[in-house]
Write a protein that binds this ligand. Structure first.
Ligand code: R1P
Ligand code: URA
Length: 289
């Protein structure tokens, strides 16, 4: 039995942070960082049957063209993704009454799709582009706490990037769902996404503070790794994807991160209408589900 301190349920039986019951989970889950973006997605639904808010976690459950969907906000950062992925998985793969993990043959694999904003690192990935993440590279510490198994290419990229950046730890590198990327990413830019534990220094932004590595951005932009699979480069910055991909692998869920490019760090520009870029990505994704 999983103790009360580990699997925490609210008085109504919902899970601690997300405030959701197993019935609120559809097999396809759309996630967004910004709580305000949940309604930007669900306004396209035919109907909304359930809404809840707890902290930064806002959820709407409804139907889009007859398909039941759950859309929820995560807030920012992989520390929140640790909560979201563990609680979503618990909602489908733990029996809340018995407080036991369901047997392997009864476990469910969710389709989890992040619809987020992102900053491009490369001049040829322009503002307005939609980018589907192939590999995520985590500069955060989440995978210090889980036994993630990385493949050959993932380990090679992690080792080389650590050397390039001269940092005292290896990033973690994880490939996302090929199935979802083929289904939802057709005609999008394919890229490798750097997940950072912050928006300013960790993404090389300088307002009043200097960076430890003054040429950090150019080291990331020019990073290349050659392998039998071709050339690997880093294309964009954000703050959650590596958490999703690594926990998706560990828990057995299909996960895809889609990125609306709203900033370009190579040219120094920011989108004049970021909401429109996000809207276009939301509409296209809903049509392809
Ligand atoms: C930073 O502004 C936030 O935007 C990106 C980053 O990952 C970070 O969460 O994603 P969202 O627009 O989904 O929040
Ligand atoms: N989100 C990020 O994390 N970085 C950007 O540059 C834009 C959006």
């Amino acid at each position: 039995m999983i103790p009360n301190s580990e699997l925490i349920l609210n008085p109504d039986g919902s899970i601690y942070h997300l405030n959701l019951l197993p019935d609120h989970i559809s097999d396809t889950i759309l996630t967004v960082g910004d709580p305000g973006r949940v309604a930007q997605v669900s306004r396209h639904f035919d109907s909304v049957e359930f809404e809840t808010t707890h902290r930064e976690f806002v959820t709407h459950v409804g139907y889009y063209r007859g398909k039941r969907l759950t859309v929820l906000s995560t807030g920012m950062g992989t520390d929140n993704i640790d909560i979201v992925m563990n609680e979503l998985d618990a909602l489908v793969n733990i029996d809340f009454m018995a407080r036991t993990v369901r047997p392997a043959e009864e476990r469910m694999s969710l389709r989890i799709i992040r619809l987020g904003t992102s900053g491009s690192l490369q001049p040829d990935v322009p503002i307005g582009a939609m980018l589907a993440t192939e590999h995520a590279v985590g500069l955060d510490s989440l995978m210090q706490f889980y036994p993630l198994m990385e493949t050959g290419l993932e380990t090679e990229v992690a080792t080389e990037l650590q050397r390039t950046l001269g940092i005292p730890f290896a990033p973690y590198v994880v490939r996302g769902s090929d199935i979802l990327r083929e289904q939802l990413g057709a005609n999008m830019v394919m890229g490798n996404t750097l997940t950072c534990p912050g928006f300013y220094g960790p993404q090389g932004r300088r307002l009043r503070l200097d960076l430890r590595t003054p040429d950090y951005i150019s080291r990331l932009q020019s990073f290349r790794h050659q392998s039998a699979e071709g050339e690997f480069r880093l294309s964009n910055f954000e703050m959650e994807t590596a958490g999703y991909y690594s926990l998706g692998r560990l828990l057995g869920h299909e996960v895809l991160s889609l990125n609306a490019i709203v900033a370009n760090r190579a040219t120094g520009d920011f989108a004049e209408n970021a909401a429109a870029v996000v809207d276009a990505m939301i509409e296209q994704t809903l049509q392809r589900l």
